[in-house]
Design a protein around this ligand. Structure first.
Ligand SMILES: Cc1ncc(COP(=O)(O)O)c(C=O)c1O
Length: 364
């Protein structure tokens, strides 16, 4: 079976894990600080705080922003719904905005329509490595004095006007889960250039609301700390980030050459401002040209190829029914018709060819 994703290692993982083990620092430790410093340097951010995963990075950001029950958060209608799930847990109100059919990212127009007096945060997703039209979104947010969080879980290394994804708005969050561009198994990070007060809150909520005095709790915080062993893996991966990016770009180009100019399918569009490091190769299948997307996935599986469907738009999930979601037409179309193809740095050219030809053979 060709897996949809797979973590690859680049030579330093075992060495760094052994160093972490020998150091006897398993929880906090040198690699945790190293990873935070190196991520700051790589993305050019003032501050980075490592956490257990991207979901906790988002949760931590909501807490440090002081979001309260009933506050509204605008969330893209297409994407992995971690930001919305945490909103539900904190009794915040997710307000979903539709995305663009071509880029799969939320648009400034659909965000603008959803802003009310209660809007406290705008979330943007950098879906599959793409970055939305942030110039326009940031302008709207600044006018209304609303904070913007870029959930860059899927776009580590992507750039928008030569700035790294995650650093373009007030707060950025990354995922280092096993399928991501760099991994720590499970892991994540918050990056921000916000003020010291906000940074102190991030640090404190990460560790049970403790600040300067041990066992003295200022806030009802969490334990969202990344371990030293996980950070050791992250440091090893980050050391090879340039190689990883080159490989991912090459894989993207190989797929692109098979699928460009083919009728009956649509590829994700990237504007000239964006240089993506793609997480997966997503294709929108036209139901008139292809047999049903889910059947395509099943047949691909019988041929030894694991694929992924698109994210469910929230209007298709009973969990979100009570939020009276309307106008997620593009998100729903993407949900039903997207197929994501295997994408990891050790995938072979002949495997890409086999995957591409197998998919194309399923045209009606
Ligand atoms: C956009 C987005 N946000 C959040 C997450 C959650 O990340 P994690 O699994 O690190 O919590 C993901 C996971 O794929 C994601 O794609």
């Amino acid at each position: 079976m060709i897996p949809w994703a797979k973590p690859d290692y680049y030579g330093y993982e075992k060495k760094y894990i052994n160093q972490a083990l020998k150091s006897s620092w398993l929880s906090d430790g040198k690699f945790v600080k190293d990873l935070e410093n190196k991520v700051c340097k790589f993305v050019n951010s003032k501050f980075a705080i490592s956490v257990t995963n991207c979901t906790s990075a988002i949760h931590l950001s909501y807490l440090a922003l002081g979001l309260k029950r009933g506050d509204e958060i605008i969330i893209p209608g297409y994407g992995y719904l971690a930001a919305a799930n945490i909103a539900l847990q904190m009794e915040l109100k997710p307000v979903f905005a539709d995305v663009d059919q071509e880029t799969f990212c939320v648009t400034s127009k659909s965000i603008e329509k959803k802003i009310t007096k209660r809007t406290k945060l705008i979330i943007v997703f950098s879906t599959y490595g793409n970055i939305c039209d942030l110039d326009a979104i940031i302008k709207i947010a600044k006018n209304k004095k609303i904070c913007v969080l870029e959930d860059a879980a899927e776009s580590f290394g992507s750039t928008y006007k030569n700035k790294k994804s995650g650093t373009l708005t007030d707060i950025g969050t990354y995922s280092f889960q096993a399928t991501k561009t760099i991994t720590t198994g499970e892991g994540g990070m918050v990056v921000t250039n916000k003020d010291k007060n906000f940074i102190a809150k991030l640090k404190s909520y990460r560790s049970h609301g403790v600040k300067d005095k041990r066992y003295y709790h200022y806030f009802p915080g969490h334990n969202f700390r990344l371990t030293n062993i996980q950070a050791a893996i992250g440091c090893a991966q980050l050391k090879k980030i340039n190689e990883i990016i080159i490989k991912r770009k090459k894989i993207y180009n190989s797929y692109f050459n098979f699928f460009k100019n083919i009728e009956g399918l649509k590829l994700q569009m990237f504007t000239p401002k964006v240089k993506p490091v793609v997480w997966t190769f997503a294709i929108v299948l036209d139901p008139k040209a292809f047999i049903d997307r889910d059947k395509v996935m099943k047949i691909m599986k019988t041929k030894g190829i694991e694929t992924r469907n698109g994210f469910y738009s929230p209007n298709l999930l009973p969990l979100y029914k009570k939020f009276q979601i309307s106008n997620l037409i593009n998100a729903e179309t993407l949900s039903k018709n997207i197929i994501c193809l295997p994408f990891y740095t050790s995938i072979k050219e002949r495997e890409i060819e086999y995957i591409s030809k197998t998919l194309l053979s399923l045209k009606r």
